[in-house]
Ligand binder design. Structure first.
Ligand SMILES: NC(=O)c1ccc[n+]([C@@H]2O[C@H](COP(=O)([O-])OP(=O)(O)OC[C@H]3O[C@@H](n4cnc5c(N)ncnc54)[C@H](O)[C@@H]3O)[C@@H](O)[C@H]2O)c1
Length: 250
């Protein structure tokens, strides 16, 4: 039977909290069937969201768990229409000089932020290709353009995501699948807010450097994701939307 995913799942990784949850809220409000995927707490987050959202615990750095996630989403909704690769290691990282980064931490950042995106795209593309439609939005970071000091592994991982988006866009474009990147600036997500006074100071310093001098809310990032996934962005492919209040410009 031909697989169709029109109206299929919107799978959002790392969506039990933070930017991912804000993205989930916006898609759900549009009547889309959202699947929240996270290391833990996915079902509870889906229940909190309402709108028939589904939850599935999966570690994006584990290919078998990712395959199971996409199979679950397709089975329960008829396909995978949108994938938002939002899960990432960032808010728990301490700034460290490039020559003092623990090689194990470097590997973990790449396993999640880079291989995780590859595994999710690979698994979701199976459903999108057969339906000949789909949208993938990868969450990178403005840090990749800015070259933020003290986070070499993170900056490199997000630059990889920006570059991967371009190749994925070319390979999946012929199947009607658009792939784009959203690169947030420093955003008041749950992970950042949990960082206390130190993060508060960092936030004030960064705010002063912006053209738009206010905090970035998770919803500001969600707006860009919804735009790229929607019909008004029909001619966007392989692009990188930086949402940082004009701190970096490209
Ligand atoms: N907050 C910012 O300032 C900022 C800026 C630029 C980019 N980003 C990016 O935005 C995304 C979301 O960040 P946030 O600030 O909302 O973070 P957050 O820490 O509030 O939430 C991240 C979520 O991802 C989940 N996660 C982590 N590793 C995972 C894995 N292996 N598999 C599945 N889920 C996993 C966590 O459990 C958590 O729920 C990340 O990719 C981050 O790099 C954030």
């Amino acid at each position: 039977m031909e697989q169709t995913n029109k109206g299929g799942a919107v799978v959002i990784t790392g969506a039990a909290q933070g930017i991912g949850y804000a993205i989930a809220e916006r898609f759900a409000a549009q009547g889309r069937r959202v699947v929240i995927a996270d290391l833990r707490g996915s079902e509870a987050a889906a229940k909190k969201l309402g709108h028939d959202a589904l939850g599935f615990d999966a570690d994006v750095s584990n290919a078998a768990q990712v395959d199971a996630l996409m199979a679950f989403a397709a089975e329960r909704t008829g396909g995978v229409s949108v994938l938002v690769n939002n899960a990432g290691i960032y808010t728990t990282l301490a700034k460290t000089a490039f020559d003092e980064i623990d090689p194990e931490e470097w590997k973990r950042v790449f396993n999640v932020n880079v291989e995780g995106v590859w595994y999710c795209c690979r698994a979701a593309a199976r459903y999108m290709k057969s339906a000949r439609e789909g949208n993938i939005i990868n969450i990178a970071s403005a840090a990749a353009s800015k070259g933020t000091a003290g986070l070499l592994h993170y900056v490199a991982s997000k630059a990889a995501v920006v570059a991967m988006t371009r190749t994925l866009a070319r390979e999946l474009g012929p199947y009607g699948v658009r792939v784009n990147t959203v690169s947030p600036g420093f955003t008041q997500s749950d992970g950042i807010l949990a960082g206390g006074a130190e993060r508060g100071q960092q936030s004030e310093d960064i705010k002063r450097q912006r053209v738009v001098q206010r905090d970035i809310a998770p919803n500001d990032i969600a707006g860009a994701v919804l735009f790229l996934a929607g019909p008004d962005a029909g001619m966007f492919a392989g692009q990188n939307l930086i949402v940082d209040g004009g701190l970096t410009m490209n």
